[in-house]
Design a protein around this ligand. Structure first.
Ligand code: 5GP
Length: 195
C-alpha cells in the first residue's frame, strides 16, 4: 500500500535493526485519514471472506481494526492485556510475550463476544515474531470460531512470525512488508515478494 509505505519512509524512525517507531501516525498520535485508507484496504482484501467479527489487541491494533470494521460492517473486539475488574472468569485467555516490552501478558476476551458461528479477521499493527497473532488465534480456537485470516499494517518480514503463521495455512495480508532496517534505512519487499 503506497500511501502507507510513503508515510513510513517519511515519518518512521529506525530505532535498531529490528525496531521501527511509528509514533506519529500509528502507535501514539494516530492519523485518522490514513487509518481510514488502511481500513478500506483490509475490507477490500477480505471482502469475499464473509467476516462477522474483527479481533484485535489493545492498544495499537484498535485504530486499524476499527476502520476495517467500519468498512466491513462488523463489530470489532479487542483483547485486553489485563483482566478488568468488571470481567470475571467468563473469559478466553492466552499468554503473549511482547516483542517490544519483553514481558508476558495474559490477554483475554469475554466469551460474550466471540461465538462459535463467527468468522473472524485478526488485525494488528505490527507482525514481528508472531506472538500476538498466535495468542489471538488461540483465543479464536478456544471459541471454536472460524479464522478467516490475519491483516497486518506493518510486517517485518525479516522476522519469523509471518512465515510461521503462513506455514500453518493461515492467510496473512500485510499492507507494508519490511525487508530490512539495517543502517537506519527502511527497505520494503516488493508487492510480489511480500505475499
Ligand atoms: P509479535 O507478537 O509479532 O512478536 O510482535 C507484534 C507486537 O509487538 C505488535 O502488537 C506491536 O505492538 C509490537 N511490535 C513488534 N515490533 C514492533 C516494531 O518494530 N515497532 C513497534 N512500534 N511495535 C512493534
Amino acid at each position: 500500500m503506497e500511501l502507507l509505505k510513503n508515510k513510513i519512509l517519511q515519518e518512521g524512525k529506525v530505532l535498531s535493526e529490528s525496531v521501527l517507531k511509528v509514533d506519529s501516525f500509528l502507535n501514539h498520535q494516530i492519523d485518522p485519514e490514513l487509518m481510514q485508507e488502511i481500513g478500506k484496504e483490509f475490507a477490500t482484501r477480505f471482502a469475499d471472506s464473509n467476516i462477522t467479527k474483527i479481533l484485535s489487541i489493545e492498544s495499537s491494533g484498535i485504530a486499524p481494526a476499527m476502520m476495517a470494521g467500519l468498512y466491513l460492517g462488523v463489530p470489532v473486539i479487542f483483547a485486553r492485556k489485563r483482566k478488568s475488574l468488571t470481567l470475571t472468569d467468563h473469559l478466553y485467555t492466552s499468554s503473549v510475550h511482547s516483542f517490544t516490552k519483553n514481558e508476558t501478558n495474559d490477554i483475554s476476551v469475554s466469551k460474550d463476544f466471540l461465538l462459535a458461528d463467527d468468522v473472524v479477521l485478526v488485525i494488528d499493527d505490527f507482525l514481528a515474531n508472531g506472538q500476538a497473532v498466535h495468542g489471538l488465534v488461540d483465543i479464536i480456537e478456544q471459541a471454536k470460531a472460524q479464522l478467516a485470516g490475519v491483516g497486518i499494517v506493518i510486517e517485518k518480514g525479516f522476522q519469523p512470525g509471518g512465515a510461521a503463521i503462513r506455514e500453518q495455512g493461515i492467510r496473512v495480508e500485510s499492507l507494508a512488508n519490511i525487508r530490512s532496517l539495517v543502517n537506519g534505512k527502511v527497505e520494503f519487499f516488493s508487492e510480489v515478494n511480500a505475499k
